[in-house]
Design a binder for this molecule. Structure first.
Ligand SMILES: Cc1cc2nc3c(=O)[nH]c(=O)nc-3n(C[C@H](O)[C@H](O)[C@H](O)COP(=O)(O)O)c2cc1C
Length: 429
């Protein structure tokens, strides 16, 4: 199986005042934790680290910044400067950083990621998001966010422009012939002359093609528009479907859509979110799970604040004990919201039970959890898991040095990286 790790608030703050937070308050905004993350997960055989991002400090919930900053949950540094630092400490693992297509001009992104492809030796990826918050749109000069499906239409053209730019130098345009003194063959470098509905770009890039010919593309949308976009472009699709049956359906749906797009059924690796709770023994893990669930039950406001952010809707306005109005057409994360509000649950029920980071519950000793992960992958039909535990050195060690070896002992996880680039390793069996 393939493994990735989802840093849920990117280059953010993870448990700065928790028992295992170490020096995090002093190390705020410094790369050490994330560099350790990359080396630990490479030792473990992970395909990639995915750094989430958003450029808004939300004040939707109760109309203030309090829920965003009081515990540090919505603080994010820009993740892109971490990419070369994490790459410099490793040799094989892929590093994906999030970019909002709605706001990032395609030429800037194409040039930046082509450069990062060189800098990382062919190990960079982009998590393509369209962003969901009105506040983010306002930071870039819009009054409110672009309508949901239009964002995906723009993203589709955005990727088209980037792909043209990534291909603007043919792979053999670099000559580097010391005898003739020719650096590059100008006949193999082309303008792209893109004139579309949303973007225009002349091109070419002013640097040669990268080792991967373009970064790995990652995508997470679950709505019909999101799935269509992912099946057309993504090399890896990250999914928050709940339960083995829904996971299997999702994997089949993506496989069908890939084939409909003229791609192979396995040309995008589908990775399901999980948050394994580990202990030395199963009993220890179960006790830990109970403590975590109790903490979640007492943090209804935290969940409501997160929902408010995803949907640009202030959830403090609703009675937490009454069934909710239908919000499935909201302009934010449509797939996530539709999934949560099925069955007419009340807000309190959703807030106390919903697991935003778990497709299935995994709890037990490393051997128990590894066994279960193998069974689930058999039932779902692939491709792997995306770990979404908070980025702390304790969690990294438990998963990288406890769970991963238990998976490897069962032949479920690679023991080496067979290829030179991120995409080749990801798309290999
Ligand atoms: C695992 C996962 C990671 C995501 N990471 C980001 C992110 O870094 N930034 C962001 O703005 N949205 C992120 N999203 C939101 C998605 O890009 C998308 O907006 C959301 O899944 C709703 O899409 P839909 O409306 O097509 O269902 C993520 C979603 C999931 C499930």
């Amino acid at each position: 199986m393939h493994l990735g790790w989802f840093a849920t608030t990117g280059f953010g703050v993870y448990g700065w005042n928790q028992p295992w937070s170490g020096n995090q308050p002093q190390d705020l905004g410094r790369p050490g934790l994330f560099v350790d993350m990359a080396t630990t997960l490479e030792r473990a055989g992970f395909d990639y680290v995915m750094l989430e991002d958003s450029s808004v400090l939300p004040d939707v919930f109760r109309g203030t910044f309090e829920s965003s900053v009081a515990r540090g949950v919505q603080v994010r540094f820009d993740p892109l400067p971490l990419v070369p630092l994490m790459a410099a400490a490793t040799r094989h693992i892929g590093i994906i950083a999030t970019v909002a297509t709605t706001f990032y001009p395609p030429f800037l992104a194409a040039r930046l990621f082509q450069t990062l492809d060189h800098v990382t030796g062919g190990r960079v990826g982009i998590n393509l998001v369209t962003a969901s918050a009105d506040g983010a749109a306002q930071n870039y000069g819009l009054d409110k966010h672009v309508q949901h499906d239009l964002r995906y239409e723009m993203a589709d053209e955005w990727v088209e422009v980037c792909r043209k730019l990534w291909a603007s130098w043919e792979p053999d345009a670099l000559v580097l012939d010391p005898r003739s003194g020719v650096f590059a063959d100008h006949t193999k470098i082309h303008t792209v002359d893109h004139v579309g509905t949303h973007y225009r770009s002349r091109g070419p890039l002013n640097l040669p093609a990268g080792p991967q010919g373009g970064p790995v593309l990652c995508q997470a949308g679950a709505s019909p528009a999101g799935r269509a976009f992912g099946a057309k472009h993504a090399d890896t699709i990250i999914a928050a479907q709940t339960g083995v049956a829904a996971m299997r359906d999702y994997k089949l749906d993506i496989a069908k859509r890939l084939v409909d797009n003229g791609r192979g059924a396995d040309d995008a690796k589908v990775m399901f979110l999980v948050n394994p709770i580990l202990g030395d023994t199963d009993d220890e893990a179960l006790a830990r799970r109970d403590r975590l669930r109790e903490a979640q039950r007492s943090n209804v406001d935290g969940v409501l604040a997160a929902l408010s952010y995803f949907t640009s809707t202030d959830f403090s306005q609703f009675d937490v004990d009454a069934p909710l109005p239908d919000l499935s057409g909201n302009n934010g994360h449509q797939g996530t919201v539709a999934d949560m509000f099925r069955n007419g649950k009340t807000l309190r029920e959703i807030a106390t039970n919903h697991r935003t980071t778990e497709s299935v519950e995994l709890c037990g000793s490393p051997d128990t959890v590894a066994e279960r992960m193998g069974e689930i992958m058999e039932e779902v039909g692939g491709d792997g898991f995306l770990i979404a535990a908070p980025v702390t050195r304790k969690n990294l060690t438990e998963i990288g040095d406890g769970l991963a070896p238990a998976l490897r002992r069962r032949g479920l996880l690679r023991d080496r990286y067979p290829h030179g680039t991120f995409r080749e390793n990801l798309l290999s069996a």
